[in-house]
Design a protein. Structure first.
Length: 205
């Protein structure tokens, strides 16, 4: 079988915004301070003015309307608070079939559900640090502090209040709380560690 390629324009329910973006990024450049395809997008692409963010939000709202993404699209969504998943069951092929959850009252409910998406990192597990590092009021580890705001000067953006101790990913105060962002910070911290060790060696020389 030979692979075949088709233009994105034939995909069903494709918005004009998506089609414009795949053909050219120019329609989106007024909303961003840097081209979305630039390698500097991760480090500089989020520097948007409030006006630009508002305009982009309006544009995305129009796109949602094209997909009928208003209240009717979320009418079948039920928000369950104070609830935890306690059981998953499936078939011999490894496919999920049913999910059971328990509320704070102890009542359990089981329903047929084919997909489960998990988001972790919403509550930082930093109690074990016991004051060893500077934390914000929610328990996230603070990094990149200015001298005088921590127990020691912190010259690196991912370094904690303790010199040569770094924090990345969801546990860090101000992080994006996304897997891709955590991977990017993991790559960035390597160079900062090398620089910190070089400074340490220079101090000992």
């Amino acid at each position: 079988m030979e692979p075949e390629c088709y233009p994105s324009s034939i995909l069903p329910h494709t918005s004009q915004l998506f089609l414009d973006y795949t053909e050219s990024t120019e329609p989106l450049t007024p909303f961003f301070s840097i081209a979305p395809t630039s390698k500097r997008w991760i480090s500089e692409g989020r520097k948007l003015s409030a006006e630009h963010r508002a305009r982009l939000a309006d544009l995305l709202a129009l796109q949602n309307a094209e997909f009928n993404g208003g209240p009717a699209a979320t009418a079948n969504i039920e928000l369950l608070t104070c609830t935890e998943i306690v059981g998953l069951s499936g078939n011999e092929q490894g496919q999920l079939e049913r999910v059971r959850w328990r509320s704070r009252t102890g009542a359990e409910v089981e329903k047929t559900i084919r997909n489960v998406f998990m988001f972790i990192g919403a509550e930082p597990n930093t109690a074990w640090l016991d004051g060893g590092l500077a934390l914000d009021n929610k328990g996230y580890i603070m990094t990149g502090l200015n001298p005088g705001e921590a127990v020691a000067p912190v010259p690196f953006t991912l370094q904690t209040s303790l010199p040569r101790v770094f924090a990345i990913g969801d546990i860090r105060c101000g992080s994006t709380k996304r897997v891709a962002a955590g991977v990017g910070e993991g790559a960035a911290v390597v160079s900062q560690i090398h620089r910190a060790l070089a400074v340490l060696q220079g101090d000992r020389a």
